[in-house]
Design a protein around this ligand. Structure first.
Ligand code: C2E
Ligand code: CA
Ligand code: CA
Length: 762
C-alpha cells in the first residue's frame, strides 16, 4: 500500500498545474520560435536570391557593355585601316599626307571628331586643320614610335587641335619598305561615347563608367566626372566600407567590390575589363537598391515578429483563460486523486462499450456512509486522505482486463471493468474490499464505503438490454441507494426488482398529477386511543391513492410519498389532504356527529415556515373550525442541517393555536438536545421500538420506559405508534404512556367507519 503524504500530494498537485501551464508555455514558445526561424530562413533566402540576381544582371550588363566598347573601337579601327594601306600615307610626304587627311575629313569614321596623321617627329595633322601640332608629349606617340605598340586606344585627353575631351584610336603606318613612318589616328569625343551605351538597360540609380588605366573617367553617366578621376574625400575614410578611388578600381579591373559612391552611399561596383584596351568598365549599384527587396522583407519580418509575439502572448493568455474556464485539465483529471473525472470516464467507457458489444462488463458506483459527517467532524484534510487512500487501493488493483476508474463529485467513485463472469468478479471484488478495509483501518476513522453494481452481460436476459453508460451508472447508483444507512451491507447489485421499482416510480411520477385532478387520493383515519381510559383521543389522517391506472392500482403512502418528495408534488398533495380533513371535520360538526382532533402529516419539503403556516391558516379559516381540532405532525429534520425550520414551524403553529407533535421520534437522527429547543406538545415514538421489543425485549423495554419518562419530565404528551398487541398496550399503560395508535385498536379507517368508531369510543 502506497501511503500518500500530504506534502507529496501538494507537490503532485503543484506539478500538475506546472505541467499544464508549462506544457502550454513551451508549446507557445516553440511555435513562436518556429515561425520566426521560418521567417528568417525565407528572408535570408530572398536576400541571397536578390543579390545573386543583381550580381548576374549587373555582370551581364558590365560584360555586354565592355564588348560594346570594344566593338565600337574595333569598328573605328577597321575604318582607319584602309588609310594605313593608302600609298600616299604609306610613302607620301608629310604635306601630301596632311592634304589627303584634310580631304578625307568627311569620310572619317562615324561618330569621330576627326582623323589625323602623326609623323615620326611628333608632328600631327588632323582633318580639321592643315596645321600641324606637336604631340611628342602624348603617350600614344611614344608608345607607337618608341615602344612599338601595335595600335589601340589612348586617352582621354584634351585635344590640342579642337580643345575637346577625346580618346584617340591609333594605328601605326608602315612604308612599302615596312618601316614605321607614322601614325594614323581618329579622335572620338568623350561625349560621343555615350552613344555606345545608349541602349544599356541600366536603372537611373546606377552609375555606369569607363575608366582608363590611370583612373580617368572616359565615360561616366554622371557627366561631371568625365576626364576626372575620383579620389575619396577625407570624410569618406571614416566609413566602415572602404571608399575606393578610380585608380584603385582601374587596378582591380575585374570583379565585384564594395565601395562608396561619390555621394557617400554604400554600393557594389561590378568591374569588367574592356578587351584589347587598358580600360575598365564599371557598373555601380547602390546597396540600398539591392537590399530594397530585402529591406522590405526585413520590415515585413520585423512586423511579423511583432505580430507573432503579440498573437502568441494573446493566444497564451486567451487559452489560459479558456483553459481555466472550461477546466480542460480538470475535465479529464481529478486534481485530488489524479483519477479520471466522471465526464472523461463516461466518454471512454461509452466508447469501449460500443466497440465491444459481445463482452461482459461491470459498472459500479461507490461512496461512503455519512461522508458529510466525516468532513464535519474530522476536517476536509482527513476526508481527502480517505479519498486518496481509497483511490490508491483501486489503482493498484488495476491489472488484467480493461479497467476505468474515476472520481466524480465529492466521495463518489466509478468503476468500469471488463469481466469474464459475475462470479469471478465478485470473488475478486471481495478481496479488493478487504484491501480497502485494511487500508482505511490505518486511518482510524469510521468510514464505510458502499457500492452499487450493475452488469452488462450479453448472454443474460436482464443485463443484455443495451444501455448508455449514463443509464448504467444510474442503475448502479440506484442499487447503492437501496443500502441506505445500513452499515451491515457493503454493496448491492442492481436487480430486476429494482428495475421494476424504478419503472413503477417513473409511472407514479407520470400519473400523480392526473391522480390529484381526478380525486384519486382519499383519506383514512387511524384512531389514537387514551391508554388509561381506552377512549378515542384523536386520529391521524393517512392518505391513500387508488390510481385509475391499472398498472398502479392501489398505492400506500410508503410507496408514493418518497416519489412525490423528489418532485415537490408532495407540497400540493399535503394541502389537498389538509383540505379533505378540514372538510371532513366541518361535515361532521354540521351533521352533529362527535369529533376528535385530527393530526395531519407535514412533509419535509415545506422549507419556508412563514409562508407554509400562512397558507395553512388561510385554508383552515375557510372552514371555520377551532384550532384545537387540528394537530400537526412534524418530522425530525436533524439530517437537514436546519433545526431553525422546525423551530419556526412549531412557533408559528403555536401562535395560531394548533398543537404540534414530533412524528417518528427516535427513528434516526433525533438529538435529545433538540427536544429541549423545540417546544413540541406531543412525542410520537417511532413504531420500530415496539417491533424490536420481541427480539431484544429487556433492553428495549428499558429504553421505552426511559423515553416515556423523559417525555413526561419535559411535559410532553407521549404517544406510541404501531401498538399491535395487548401485551404492548399493557406495558405502555404500565409505564404511564398517554396514548397509543396501532392495529391493536384499529387499522386506518375509511371516513364512514371512522365516524362510527368515534361514536362508539367517545
Ligand atoms: P406515519 O406518519 O408514521 O404513519 C403511521 C404509519 O403507520 C401509517 O402507515 C399507518 O398505517 C401505519 N400503522 C399504524 N398502526 C400500525 C401498526 O400497528 N402496525 C404497523 N406495522 N403499521 C401501523 P401508512 O399509512 O402506510 O403511512 C406511511 C407514512 O406515509 C406515514 O408514516 C407518513 O409519514 C406518510 N403519510 C401518510 N399520509 C400522509 C399525508 O397525508 N401527508 C404526508 N406528508 N405524509 C403522509
Ligand atoms: Ca404521522
Ligand atoms: Ca409516525
Amino acid at each position: 500500500m502506497v501511503k500518500v503524504k500530504k506534502s507529496a500530494l501538494k507537490r503532485i498537485l503543484a506539478s500538475r498545474r506546472f505541467v499544464k501551464y508549462g506544457c502550454f508555455t513551451v508549446i507557445t514558445i516553440v511555435l513562436v520560435v518556429l515561425i520566426l526561424s521560418l521567417a528568417n530562413y525565407i528572408l535570408s533566402y530572398v536576400q541571397r536570391r536578390t543579390f545573386e540576381q543583381y550580381t548576374a544582371n549587373s555582370h551581364t550588363i558590365a560584360e555586354g557593355s565592355s564588348s560594346l566598347v570594344r566593338y565600337a573601337i574595333k569598328t573605328i579601327e577597321a575604318e582607319l585601316r584602309p588609310y594605313t594601306l593608302n600609298p600616299v600615307i604609306k610613302d607620301g610626304t608629310d604635306k601630301e599626307i596632311s592634304e589627303l587627311i584634310v580631304r578625307c575629313h568627311n569620310l572619317r569614321p562615324e561618330n569621330s571628331v576627326n582623323v589625323g596623321y602623326t609623323n615620326m617627329e611628333g608632328q600631327c595633322w588632323t582633318s580639321l586643320s592643315g596645321k600641324p601640332v606637336s604631340v611628342i608629349d602624348r603617350e600614344y606617340y611614344n608608345d607607337i614610335v618608341y615602344k612599338e605598340a601595335k595600335g589601340g586606344v589612348w586617352g582621354p585627353f584634351t585635344s590640342k587641335v579642337s580643345g575637346r575631351q577625346i580618346v584617340l584610336i591609333c594605328l601605326p603606318v608602315y612604308s612599302s619598305q615596312f618601316k614605321l613612318r607614322g601614325i594614323i589616328q581618329c579622335a572620338v569625343d568623350l561625349e560621343t561615347i555615350e552613344f555606345i551605351f545608349r541602349d544599356n538597360p541600366i536603372s537611373s540609380n546606377n552609375t555606369f563608367f569607363v575608366i582608363s588605366e590611370d583612373g580617368t573617367h572616359i565615360y561616366n553617366t554622371d557627366k561631371n566626372y568625365l576626364m576626372r578621376s575620383f579620389d575619396p574625400p577625407e570624410w569618406m575614410h571614416k566609413s566602415k566600407v572602404k571608399a575606393l578611388s578610380s585608380v584603385e578600381l582601374a587596378n582591380i579591373n575585374h570583379g565585384i567590390v564594395e565601395t562608396l559612391t561619390p555621394y557617400g552611399e554604400e554600393a557594389y561596383v561590378f568591374l569588367e575589363p574592356v578587351k584589347d584596351t587598358s580600360w575598365t568598365l564599371g557598373l555601380t549599384v547602390p546597396k540600398k537598391q539591392i537590399s530594397a527587396v530585402y529591406n522590405k522583407s526585413k520590415k515585413i519580418k520585423n512586423f511579423s515578429i511583432a505580430i507573432t509575439i503579440t498573437v502568441g502572448v494573446f493566444l497564451m493568455f486567451l487559452t489560459m483563460i479558456i483553459l481555466n474556464k472550461i477546466n480542460f485539465w480538470e475535465d479529464i483529471h481529478d486534481p485530488l486523486t489524479g483519477l479520471w473525472t466522471r465526464k472523461k470516464f463516461e466518454m471512454e467507457a461509452q466508447q469501449y462499450l460500443y466497440k465491444n458489444p459481445q463482452r461482459n462488463f461491470v459498472i459500479a458506483e461507490i461512496d461512503f456512509q455519512g461522508f458529510k459527517f466525516i468532513n464535519q467532524n474530522y476536517g476536509t484534510e482527513k476526508a481527502d486522505q480517505i479519498l486518496v487512500l481509497f483511490a490508491d487501493v483501486f489503482k493498484h488493483r488495476k491489472f488484467g482486463n480493461k479497467f476505468f476508474f474515476a472520481r466524480g463529485y465529492a466521495d463518489h467513485f466509478y468503476i468500469f471493468r471488463e469481466i469474464s463472469s459475475v462470479g469471478a468478479y465478485m470473488e475478486y471484488t471481495e478481496e479488493t474490499w478487504r484491501y480497502v478495509e485494511e487500508a482505511l483501518a490505518e486511518l482510524d476513522i469510521p468510514c464505510y464505503p458502499k457500492c452499487g453494481y450493475t452488469f452488462v452481460l450479453p448472454d443474460n436476459d436482464f443485463y443484455s438490454t443495451p444501455k448508455t453508460i449514463h443509464d448504467l451508472i444510474g442503475d448502479a447508483s440506484y442499487a447503492k441507494s437501496t443500502i441506505k444507512e445500513n452499515y451491515m451491507y457493503r454493496y448491492c447489485i442492481y436487480s430486476k426488482k429494482m428495475a421494476c421499482d424504478i419503472e413503477r416510480s417513473n409511472r407514479i411520477e407520470r400519473y400523480m398529477l392526473k391522480g390529484l385532478e381526478h380525486n384519486e387520493f382519499y383519506i383514512e383515519y387511524q384512531p389514537k386511543m387514551g391508554l388509561l381510559d381506552d377512549k378515542i383521543h384523536g386520529a391521524e389522517a393517512l392518505v391513500r391513492w387508488n390510481s385509475s391506472n391499472p398498472k398502479l392500482g392501489f398505492l400506500s403512502p410508503g410507496e408514493f410519498i418518497p416519489v412525490f418528495e423528489k418532485d415537490n408534488f408532495i407540497v400540493k398533495l399535503d394541502f389537498a389532504v389538509f383540505e379533505m380533513v378540514f372538510k371532513f371535520l366541518r361535515e361532521q360538526i354540521d351533521a352533529g356527529n362527535p369529533v376528535v382532533p385530527i393530526s395531519v402529516n407535514v412533509s419535509r419539503r415545506h422549507t419556508n415556515p412563514t409562508k407554509f403556516v400562512r397558507d395553512f391558516v388561510r385554508l383552515f379559516h375557510r372552514y371555520n373550525l377551532p384550532p384545537s381540532l387540528i394537530e400537526i405532525e412534524l418530522l425530525e429534520r436533524a439530517d437537514q442541517e436546519d433545526p431553525y425550520t422546525l423551530l419556526a414551524m412549531t412557533d408559528n403553529f403555536h401562535k395560531h393555536g394548533f398543537s404540534v407533535a414530533m412524528d417518528d421520534f427516535g427513528s434516526g437522527h433525533s438529538s435529545l438536545n433538540m427536544l429541549n429547543e423545540i417546544p413540541v406538545d406531543v412525542l410520537k415514538f417511532d413504531q420500530k421500538f415496539l417491533l424490536k421489543s420481541e427480539s431484544n425485549s429487556e433492553r428495549n423495554l428499558d429504553m421505552i420506559t426511559t423515553l416515556v419518562e423523559l417525555g413526561k419530565k419535559l411535559n410532553k404528551r407521549t404517544l406510541f405508534e404501531g401498538v399491535e398487541t395487548q401485551e404492548q398496550r399493557d406495558f405502555l399503560r404500565k409505564i404511564k404512556c398517554d396514548e397509543a395508535q396501532g392495529y391493536f385498536y384499529s387499522k386506518p379507517l375509511a371516513p364512514k367507519d371512522f365516524v362510527d368508531f368515534v361514536k362508539k369510543y367517545s
